[in-house]
Design a binder for this molecule. Structure first.
Ligand code: GDG
Length: 473
């Protein structure tokens, strides 16, 4: 049910969605795609870093309006970007929250830069906040922002949504000053996670490490603070994506891929080039399939689209080198004069092209080692032909697995499970494909990005969340 919002919504995240040049893809993340849709329905604005670096921080805000969304951005200093973004956010929290303590770097200067940039965000945005505004802060870059705003006297309702997993307490305690970080969350009124699993990890941490109490109704109490925490699984912008999938550009992308497949079956993967996405393990699982099913070689190929991401962080250079080497090795080992087993593509595509590629593919192989949700899985389902849909192979460790139970769920660490799932998908009769797809599309359609935003904003506004729809994840 649509109604005019009485409050403005202020969305704050590290970056705001950049207008994408016509026909160009780029690795616009799931967060950006989802929030543009949410903001179009509210007055208010989206605040974040412009992506620019300047010599000395000025706090100057650049306002722009694009496709119904007002953005307000600030520039940061080189040292800010190094310590806050490349440092604490992407070298400390991202690996740790994806269970990779082996890759997490703990460096005091990162922590200091993280606090400093959060202060800069707070200092510049707080004069723009009016008394009735709802403030919605996003993701691991900005955990301390709520506390920073409260310190400046902001008494508004402030919510926080985490787009990545919340790690188990035993892992989180490897972070120096973890209590300080977690206690910052208590400055918010509402905290959202994608799934019950991440929520439970948070509740468990609060009880074990902060001596707090978690009530079954979602209230968390620590000292004299009480905050509401719940699971709000994000969905795709189903309407926008269906339109993209029905476009002429999508049709011709679909045709282009089908033509080049030349009767072979296509397995597709689409991921930012990130170690959390399980690409190395995926290639090895596919290699195992080729090894164990010699008679099927030549009948299939894997199209892996992986636009580079976070290139200034060393671990991302390493994963890129690993994948260059591994895809080359597998291709060298198995290719024939007229067949290459892996098409490994490092460029990004437009959303319409992507929709066409999904539709042309018989299987999607989406096997992150850990993922807050994973929107690609939902996009693949949304792009299928209802009469002849493809098969989704999905990691059980993606948040999306809790909603898409009719995918073939695999353990992404197991080469054998990936290989078996590919074989099962290739042999799956049409009726079974249709049955599984129908159940998945129902969820993808009804639990879309609008549903997600309404549930979160209802909670933030102090309304009845359940009236806005209940969650399965
Ligand atoms: C984070 C969390 C959570 C990818 N390649 C191209 C392209 N993409 C788009 C996909 C999809 C988005 O990027 C990726 O979203 P994911 O959800 O799969 O993953 P993250 O970027 O890691 O997002 C994740 C999400 O936030 C939302 O909360 O689901 O768990 O990690 O929309 O289509 N888009 C275009 N060209 C590409 O080549 N146009």
């Amino acid at each position: 049910m649509e109604r005019d919002p009485v409050s403005r919504l202020i969305v704050i995240s590290n970056r705001v969605a950049a207008p994408q040049p016509e026909g160009e893809g780029g690795a616009q993340g799931g967060l950006a795609v989802a929030l543009s849709a949410a903001l179009r329905e509210y007055r208010g604005f989206w605040f974040g870093w412009s992506g620019n670096r300047i010599e000395e921080f000025t706090g100057k805000i650049d306002f722009q309006r694009h496709e119904g969304v007002t953005s307000a951005t600030i520039d940061l200093e080189e040292q800010d970007v190094e310590e806050y973004y490349n440092g604490y956010a992407n070298r400390t929290l991202w690996p740790l929250f994806h269970y990779r303590i082996d890759l997490a770097e703990y460096d005091r200067s990162f922590g200091a830069g993280y606090e400093r940039v959060n202060e800069r965000f707070a200092e510049t945005v707080y004069p723009l906040i009016e008394p009735e505004d709802l403030v919605w802060v996003h993701d691991y870059h900005l955990i301390p922002l709520g506390r920073q705003l409260r310190q400046r006297g902001v008494a508004n309702r402030i919510g926080f949504f985490l787009h990545i997993p919340w790690p188990p307490a035993r892992l989180l305690t490897t972070l120096p000053d973890h209590e300080h970080l977690a206690l910052s969350l208590l400055a918010y009124d509402v905290i959202g996670f994608h799934t019950r699993e991440w929520l439970e990890s948070f509740q468990n941490y609060v009880e074990r490490e902060l001596g707090g109490r978690c009530d079954p109704d979602g209230w968390i109490h620590v000292g004299d603070r009480s905050v509401h925490a719940a699971a709000y699984p994000i969905g795709i912008d189903y309407r926008e994506f269906s339109e993209a999938a029905a476009s002429e550009a999508a049709r011709s992308a679909c045709e282009r891929l089908r033509k080049s497949a030349d009767g072979r079956r296509t397995i597709i993967g689409v991921d930012r080039l990130d170690y959390s996405k399980g690409l190395e393990e995926r290639f090895l699982g596919y290699r195992r399939f080729l090894e164990e099913n010699a008679e099927r070689r030549g009948e299939v190929f894997l199209l892996q689209i992986a636009p580079p991401s976070r290139g200034e962080v060393h671990t991302y250079e390493t994963i890129r080198e690993t994948l260059d080497e591994l895809s080359g090795r597998i291709n060298g080992e198995f290719a024939e004069v007229d067949w290459v087993p892996i098409r490994y593509v490092n460029q990004g595509y437009g959303r319409e092209d992507l929709a066409g590629f999904y539709r042309a593919s018989n299987i999607a192989l989406i096997t992150p080692l850990r993922d807050g949700m994973n929107l690609v899985a939902k996009e693949y389902v949304a792009a299928q032909d209802p009469d002849d849909p493809g098969v989704l192979i999905l990691s059980r460790f993606a948040g999306a697995a809790l909603q898409l139970k009719d995918a073939l769920l695999v353990n992404p660490y197991s080469k054998e499970e990936i290989s078996d799932a590919i074989r099962q998908a290739l042999a799956m009769p049409r009726e079974e494909r249709v049955r599984r797809w129908r159940s998945m599309i129902e969820t993808v359609r009804s639990e879309d990005v609008v549903w997600w935003r309404r549930r979160f904003v209802a909670a933030l506004a102090g309304e009845d969340v359940e009236a806005a729809g209940s969650a399965r994840a």
